[in-house]
Write a protein that binds this ligand. Sequence first.
Ligand code: NAD
Length: 495
Amino acid sequence: TENTNVLFTIFGATGDLAKRKLYPSLFRLYRKGDLSECFAVIGTARRPWSDDYYHEVVKEAIASLEPTTEEAEKFASHFYYQSHDVSDTSHYTVLKELTNKLNEKYQLGGNRLYYLAMSPRFFGTIVTQLKESGMLDTDGYHRVIIEKPFGSDFKSANELNNEINEVFAEKDIYRIDHYLGKEMVQNISAIRFANNLFESMWNQRYIDNVQITLAENLGVEDRGGYYDQSGALKDMVQNHILQVLSLLAMEPPVAFTEEAIRNEKIKALNAVRLYSEEEVYTNFVRGQYTKGKLGDKEFADYRHEPNVATDSTTETFVAGKFLIDNFRWSGVPFYVRTGKRLTEKGTRINIVFKQVPINVFRSSTTEVGTQNELPPNVLTIYIQPTEGFSMTLNGKEIGQGYSTKPVKLDYRNTAEMVENSPEAYERLIFDALNGDSTNFTHWDEVAQSWRVVDRIRAAWDKQTPDFPNYAAGTMGPQAAFDLLAKDGFEWIWQP
Ligand code: NAD
């Protein structure tokens, strides 16, 4: 049986993620032929929907992809709805009957992919029930895709992981980090390992500092209830930012294989310094937005967003400095920042190179040793919304004198190319079908990321922050700028 002859069971089929991401991604795969005609989807959630109604929901979810009526009908016909309360044991018996029936009907060879698209507090229950009901006792593969967040600290993540490990082996657990699915994060590897120009300089001898920004211009929208419990540190730093950092910092893998890359990422994460309380206060700052204006748009303050406590001390912004204690990176700050209601949406990496050993272009009146500095060479990797990279070099300015000026070499993929590239979830589902977990997070990565982040959280929890401290529409609190200034640096990206 083909890998893509598979039965998907989606837990949380009526939810936001299923509609916005999963159905469209499945349809794109289907349209390209990456999903054979032999597949079926069981959607489950508590609501009592009929198959017919479910088909309408699926068709609506893919409408923006403009399928023909026939295509949409054919695709939707593979979907089955089963009303199911995940904590009710008897419901799994009913589910099992349906899975067996569909397995026969579509010739699926027992291949199963379980997608847990619902609140993480149910993950443990679901996998345990899958096992107890005997649903996993078929030929073929059984893989589980798990949405973030994976735990809320090391302890809870570890408990959850133990629970899941009782049922699924690590190789069959696909922990989603949709940032990893992004084309350009994968391109970090291409830039680094396909260009001797960069890789030979990719270390503390030539790099001054590294800056990672994941900026959002939106507020919490309708996720206030979840976000207010989580905050930017757990929502963004523990997963996305540390993943990007590990890709930038890792040693070259021996080959571009899942296992080799993962091993290097884990080594890099293990070298990230675990901060003492004092180090947290020196190296990490947090923020929360108050009301603000950007152009003619006015934004409310975080504490008046829906489902947010009016005295909330949750951070909507984090900036910090990570240190990586190994030969390659000793002494090179990795500055990171992320937040909501910032000036502009965008994910960017700036690699800031060191000064030339001596500036021969210093003015003749400047004594050697007190030379004026040149602007740094900067390699920028754009991840979203545009994808590409740019390089700032110093060139000669036209004219009689001899002065230098920064020149930017810019390569961006066109919006059209970006649009035609597979969407993150599409790529991730495709990988899971093919048993490739390179772009998912391994337990060792999750565990170490939590250890790093738990130190920061614990120190912060001992102090009451002076919130709010940045206006919506700006790039965060003053403290985020001071953080670099005291090291003699500044944020390269200042929209
Ligand atoms: P949602 O609240 O929109 O949907 C939750 C689903 O779970 C619904 O289908 C609901 O009917 C079902 N459900 C709840 N209790 C149930 C029970 N006892 N038995 C059976 N079904 C039950 O949530 P969502 O936004 O779709 O998010 C799902 C998961 O994806 C979460 O882990 C979330 O953190 C993660 N996630 C979501 C997004 C997003 O963009 N929505 C992004 C990243 C991660």
